[in-house]
Design a protein around this ligand. Structure first.
Ligand code: F6R
Length: 250
């Protein structure tokens, strides 16, 4: 696992976008796993800039998103569908036939999850999976206690996650209780992982992930076992690490 510590959020975002763009240039028909949340927003802005100003071509790229809330239609402003189209996809030349985001309104969630796993496999697997991290150590919506071998499935959201999300909804009853999420095993099957973290509120999560014991109570710690994982974070998120590297791709 390579830990890259950048000075601030913008620097972290540029570095992450550089890793993604290098892959897209090297393998135009690559498969990228995308995350939502506030952390990758700067990375997505930089990818949009690279597309507009430097012609970065996404037309052959296949995408798979990590997760989606159960019960929210794609048109809901808090759905991850909406997030991805607003913050990235509509600004680049991605082909919508190649975009995959879990269906929060699926009639048969179990069947949908099986289909999603098959789709990933048929696409040849994920070349690069972008990840954020929850303050509780979750990756995607694999909350503490998630099986480290889990596949795409429905998960009950943790109390802390629901509290974190409450700010985006008018009433507490509207805050989703469940999500469809790629499993920890699904994520670990990606050929490369790129985990992003910014801010002191993620410092403990990054310390556990890099230096802590591997445990299902902190699903992100499994990233230690991945053969090609890069964590790109800023100084604040790295502040509790006892060993640091810097200067990579600077
Ligand atoms: C989002 C996702 C989540 C977030 C995590 C961090 O698709 O899978 O695991 O990456 O909750 O969210 P932010 O970046 O908002 O702190």
């Amino acid at each position: 696992m390579l830990v890259v510590v950048k000075s601030d959020y913008d620097d972290m975002s540029r570095t992450a976008a550089q890793i993604v763009s290098e892959l897209v240039r090297k393998k135009p028909d690559c498969v990228i796993g995308f995350a939502t949340g506030s952390t990758p927003l700067g990375t997505y802005k930089e990818l949009i800039r690279l597309h507009r100003e430097e012609g970065l071509d996404f037309s052959k790229v296949t995408t798979f998103n990590l997760d989606e809330y159960v019960g929210l239609p794609p048109s809901h402003p808090q759905s991850y569908h909406y997030f991805m189209w607003e913050n990235l996809f509509k600004h680049i030349n991605v082909d919508k036939r190649f975009v995959h985001i879990p269906q929060g309104m699926a009639n048969d969630v179990e069947l949908f999850c099986e289909w999603y796993e098959e789709k990933i496999e048929k696409a040849g697997g994920i070349d690069l999976q972008i990840l954020g991290i929850g303050a509780n150590g979750h990756i995607a919506f694999n909350e503490p206690g998630s099986s480290l071998g889990s596949r795409t499935r429905i998960k009950t959201l943790d109390e802390l996650t629901k509290r974190d999300n409450a700010r985006f909804f008018e009433k507490d009853e509207e805050v989703p209780k469940y999500a469809i999420t790629m499993g920890v095993g699904t994520i670990m099957d990606a050929k490369e992982l790129l985990l992003l973290a910014s801010g002191s509120q993620k410092a403990d999560a990054i310390k556990q992930t890099v230096e802590g014991p591997i445990t299902a109570l902190y699903p992100a710690t499994i990233v230690q076992m991945h053969r090609k994982a890069t964590i790109v974070c800023d100084e604040d998120a790295a502040s509790l690490l006892t060993r640091k590297y810097s200067g990579y791709l600077s």
